[in-house]
Design a protein around this ligand. Structure first.
Ligand SMILES: *[C@@H]1O[C@H](CO)[C@@H](O)[C@H](O)[C@H]1NC(C)=O
Ligand SMILES: *[C@@H]1O[C@H](CO)[C@@H](O)[C@H](O)[C@H]1NC(C)=O
Ligand SMILES: *[C@@H]1O[C@H](CO)[C@@H](O)[C@H](O)[C@H]1NC(C)=O
Ligand SMILES: *[C@@H]1O[C@H](CO)[C@@H](O)[C@H](O)[C@H]1NC(C)=O
Ligand SMILES: *[C@@H]1O[C@H](CO)[C@@H](O)[C@H](O)[C@H]1NC(C)=O
Ligand SMILES: *[C@@H]1O[C@H](CO)[C@@H](O)[C@H](O)[C@H]1NC(C)=O
Ligand SMILES: *[C@@H]1O[C@H](CO)[C@@H](O)[C@H](O)[C@H]1NC(C)=O
Ligand SMILES: *[C@@H]1O[C@H](CO)[C@@H](O)[C@H](O)[C@H]1NC(C)=O
Ligand SMILES: *[C@@H]1O[C@H](CO)[C@@H](O)[C@H](O)[C@H]1NC(C)=O
Ligand SMILES: *[C@@H]1O[C@H](CO)[C@@H](O)[C@H](O)[C@H]1NC(C)=O
Length: 502
């Protein structure tokens, strides 16, 4: 476990030291350099510097900035720990960010077993008043074929059941309820997951500060039963999660507006987020910057906005759920997408109307798999399957023509309107604003994992896949630029997705 806050300061320093236009005409070298650069940054939490204004300025594009204030959870300031009163120091897998914190001395109390039998059941926090709560979550492998609908013409999902990256997102309960009744700390035993996968998971990441320090431990291989036995015989535990809240921090979103040569009052919004905990989450800016260089030489017909939001890893502080960080920007800048009648942005007539959006996230992820029986978690050396979305039939047709995956024989386009899960990432805000879109999200199981300092994250990136995805995006974006708004179509206002989620 590393000191995240310190990492953020190192980043701020590196931004000051490394600012420069520096781009190469050799795209392979450029990609490799960007990947190397990201690997050197490691954790980039919300509030860390935003990629990469200097490259946009170097292309003579105007750079606009929103500095958004928020309260930053700075921690852990020391190694989180759980010590039982029989002297055992339990291995801590991870901490729950913004859950709560202790001082350096930690908190202690009786260990109370409030494990639940189903994920829906709310732990009986009351039982653990003034004590340390022991509860549990269990990873449930999901078969993509069961939850994602593909457009006609796409092969069905055939990847089999795999571990979703964000199990803890939906499984960890609302900890405010625990804080309200005076639980001193919460220990989550995480079951059915390899230790390597659980270690360092930065999850759930969608909560505001809740007021009760919470740690994860491995719960498989008899560990949960062991802790339950300890609770049953009246054991005590001391829990330390040293952190502090820092008010008046800020997180930056940057964007550029490249005026169209022809359709000046229509816009296309291409976005990504810039904060993340590893090299895959997030690297989408590389595609946007590659396209920016192309647009500098060949301007678009339609006004094109490249948007780099810097609040994804803590979006709840910036927009009311289910909105996300991009929603904050959409809410603040209706003049850039909402159409005629907007009072602002007089330089564009106050009437830009977005006809399409496109979100790029998690390029080129290498797939890792787990073998729970042997507690093994390992790189398969294969590319993570692409989760490629198109929200209208014409955009699906466009992808079928222009998209080449890392595996050139498989272009699988998913229809978010009829899929069960809400689309992850910063694409969802376009849906809420009815902007048709094409987007890519890959969800490797380690998406939210903070890797050990000595781990070289470059090995998580399939450079050839990054390259083919960026080339595909550039073809698709050019093709969208050639289409009329009518031809792009409107996304459906019905469908499973809307029934379930709005
Ligand atoms: C911007 O990107 C270049 C690589 O293209 C890198 O050298 C530079 O450090 C980056 N700057 C920031 C502030 O991220
Ligand atoms: C581009 O860069 C790659 C990686 O550094 C190198 O292997 C390749 O030879 C370069 N190509 C050209 C045309 O310079
Ligand atoms: C907690 O652990 C028990 C025993 O392994 C299991 O039956 C139960 O499903 C778990 N609860 C959750 C929410 O994962
Ligand atoms: C969590 O519970 C508290 C009540 O203690 C409530 O105010 C809050 O809205 C809940 N948060 C979420 C995300 O449901
Ligand atoms: C202390 O209790 C834990 C949890 O039951 C157990 O795993 C460990 O072996 C015990 N250590 C000693 C020294 O008894
Ligand atoms: C109580 O549990 C602790 C932790 O598992 C263990 O070390 C200790 O021996 C147990 N004591 C009794 C009396 O069972
Ligand atoms: C854009 O401008 C054209 C010509 O000035 C006009 O016909 C069209 O209605 C405008 N579109 C929007 C969305 O305002
Ligand atoms: C992946 O590649 C590495 C390095 O070549 C190798 O050691 C490892 O066995 C490979 N893993 C699998 C699952 O093939
Ligand atoms: C794609 O399909 C062609 C023709 O069936 C085959 O020769 C090629 O090996 C396949 N490529 C991959 C990466 O599977
Ligand atoms: C695209 O629209 C779909 C619904 O049509 C939505 O689920 C998704 O989040 C949107 N994605 C992007 C990138 O805008």
């Amino acid at each position: 476990m590393q000191n995240l806050a310190r990492v953020v300061y190192v980043l701020l320093l590196s931004a000051v030291l490394t600012d420069g236009v520096g781009h190469s005409r050799n795209s392979t070298k450029y990609l490799a350099d960007e990947i190397q650069y990201l690997a050197s940054l490691k954790v980039r939490l919300t509030g860390s510097p935003t990629h990469n204004a200097s490259q946009l300025e170097g292309l003579s594009f105007p750079v606009f900035t929103d500095e958004l204030p928020f309260t930053y959870y700075k921690g852990p300031l020391s190694e989180p720990s759980i010590i039982l009163n029989n002297g055992t120091n339990l291995p801590v897998a991870s901490f729950s960010t913004y859950s709560g914190f202790t001082g350096s001395a930690g908190v202690s109390g009786r260990l109370v077993d409030i494990t639940t039998s189903t994920p829906e059941e709310v732990p009986d926090w009351e039982q653990a008043r003034d004590a340390i709560a022991l509860t549990n979550i269990t990873n449930v492998p999901i078969d993509a074929a069961d939850v994602f609908r593909v457009w006609p013409g796409s092969p069905e999902w055939s990847t089999g059941a795999g571990t979703p990256d964000i199990s803890a997102e939906g499984l960890v309960r609302n900890l405010t309820l625990a804080a309200d009744v005076g639980v001193k700390a919460v220990i989550y035993a995480w079951q059915n997951a390899a230790t390597g996968l659980v270690d360092g998971q930065y999850a759930p990441f969608h909560n505001l500060y809740q007021g009760v320090p919470t740690l994860f431990v491995q719960g498989s291989n008899g560990m949960l039963e062991d802790l339950q036995a300890a609770a049953a015989n009246g054991s005590h535990a001391a829990v330390t999660l040293e952190a502090e809240l820092q008010r008046h921090q800020s997180a930056r979103t940057i964007w550029t507006v490249i005026e169209g040569t022809d359709l000046k009052n229509e816009s296309v919004i291409l976005n990504t987020h810039t904060d993340g905990v590893n090299i895959i989450e997030e690297n989408g800016h590389i595609a946007l910057l590659a396209y920016a260089r192309e647009l500098a030489e060949h301007p678009p017909r339609r006004t094109t906005i490249l948007l780099f939001v810097g609040q994804h890893m803590h979006f709840v502080a910036f927009a009311q759920p289910p909105q996300r960080a991009t929603s904050r920007w959409l809410n603040t800048h209706p003049e850039l997408w909402a159409g005629r009648g907007q009072r602002r942005a007089p330089q564009y007539g106050g009437q830009l109307k977005a006809v399409a959006g496109s979100c790029v996230e998690h390029l080129g992820a290498v797939h890792w798999a787990e073998d729970i029986s042997s507690d093994d978690w390992y790189s398969t050396n294969q590319t993570e399957p692409e989760l490629l979305y198109a929200s209208t039939a014409p955009l699906n047709a466009l992808l079928r023509r222009h998209w080449r995956d890392a595996d050139p024989n498989v272009t699988r386009v998913t229809d978010p309107v009829d899929s069960v899960p809400v689309q992850g990432g910063e694409g969802y805000p376009f849906f809420l604003a009815d902007i048709p879109n094409v987007s890519l999200v890959r969800n490797p199981s380690y998406l939210l994992k903070i890797w050990p300092a000595a781990f070289d994250e470059v090995q998580l990136v399939d450079l050839a896949a990054v390259k083919s995805q960026i080339e595909s995006f550039k073809r698709v974006w050019r093709a969208i630029d050639e289409m009329s708004a009518e031809d792009i179509g409107e996304q459906r206002k019905d469908g499973l997705h809307r029934e379930l989620h709005t």
